[in-house]
Write a protein that binds this ligand. Structure first.
Ligand code: NAG
Length: 312
């Protein structure tokens, strides 16, 4: 009996030690391969299984991130610009990228999310924001070259602020001793969403299936609307002129069936059994465009989490 008890005690002790070790290990995230390594299989699987209705974006993102992460000596940081209506998955895709590079995903201390209206709300403070932002990026990249910066609501960001980070996105070997070539910048914006939706609508009207929409069909629409539009495209123009953006990633408007998929996944993540009837009722109550045919959801998957609570 004593043998068994002491064995149990040893076991419990070991488990406690392991838990303590794990706690401190997890707390002390470091800028090395234990914490930062690209899982291509994971990203590919996530894009296929968790992202709905975005075959073009999924393909471009996988290609872009894989190419960059495999390169031993990139000539510039990776710069992605994600475009589309709200709720189409732009934030979600940046999260998937983070999760498949950083062990701690979005909670990693090497992943930084800036939201224009939250971090840089006042036009009058632009010069203060500039100094701050430049220092943050510089400081964080010096601590960890493989840092990731996500800028949400890019269309609401002051063009001067964006202009100021341009040197970081460029082909420099280093700036004042800091190299930005391992860093990843992701810009999210609604700019171009209308034109992307128009392409999707045209395909639908012509009876062509959604998977037949290719990047080249959207690129033209994107470049016309985003880059020639003096208001929404001001910041883009300067980034494009210098070819600082490596990939423009278009997000298609979602259809009813994608909203249903989001709803089912959301129920599961809320710890409930997926209930088709509840989700379909919720999905039907959302707004669709055009008004008559109700093809594309205007809010996409954005409102679903809060809406579902109301229907459950
Ligand atoms: C890193 O970025 C964060 C904002 O995400 C900022 O609060 C912090 O001060 C930065 N660190 C350095 C060393 O600049």
């Amino acid at each position: 009996m004593t043998a068994r008890v002491s064995l149990l005690l040893v076991g419990a002790g070991l488990a406690a030690l392991a838990a303590i070790y794990c706690y401190f290990y997890w707390k002390n995230e470091a800028c090395n391969g234990n914490w930062i390594s690209f899982n291509r299989t994971g990203l590919k699987r996530d894009l296929k299984q968790k992202l709905y209705g975005q075959h073009v974006a999924a393909e471009v993102v996988l290609k872009a991130v894989t190419g960059f992460m495999r390169s031993q000596n990139p000539k510039k940081p990776l710069v992605l610009s994600l475009h589309g209506w709200t709720g189409t998955g732009k934030n979600f895709v940046s999260q998937l990228i983070a999760e498949n590079i950083y062990q701690k995903g979005m909670t990693s201390s090497f992943v930084h999310l800036f939201t224009a209206t939250a971090h840089f709300p006042h036009e009058a403070c632009v010069s203060k924001y500039k100094t701050q932002l430049l220092e943050w990026i510089r400081g964080n990249v010096s601590i960890c070259p493989r840092s990731m910066f996500i800028f949400d609501e890019m269309d609401k960001m002051h063009p001067g602020l964006i202009d100021s980070i341009k040197p970081y996105l460029d082909f420099y070997d280093n700036l004042n001793g800091v190299s930005y070539r391992q860093a990843i910048f992701i810009f999210l914006s609604n700019a171009g969403g209308e034109s992307i939706a128009q392409v999707a609508l045209d395909f639908w009207k012509d009876g062509k299936p959604r998977p037949d929409i290719h990047l080249k069909d959207l690129e033209m629409a994107l470049s016309l609307s985003v880059f020639n539009n003096k208001n929404s495209g001001l910041w883009h123009t300067s980034l494009i002129d210098k070819n600082l953006v490596d990939y423009f990633v278009p997000f298609l408007p979602l259809e009813y069936k994608h909203v249903v998929q989001c709803g089912l996944a959301e129920m599961v993540s809320k710890g409930r059994a997926p209930d088709m009837e509840v989700v379909e009722t919720m999905a039907r109550d959302l707004n669709y465009f055009p008004k008559e045919e109700r093809v594309f959801s205007t809010q996409g998957c954005k409102v679903i989490s809060s809406r579902l609570d109301f229907y459950i």
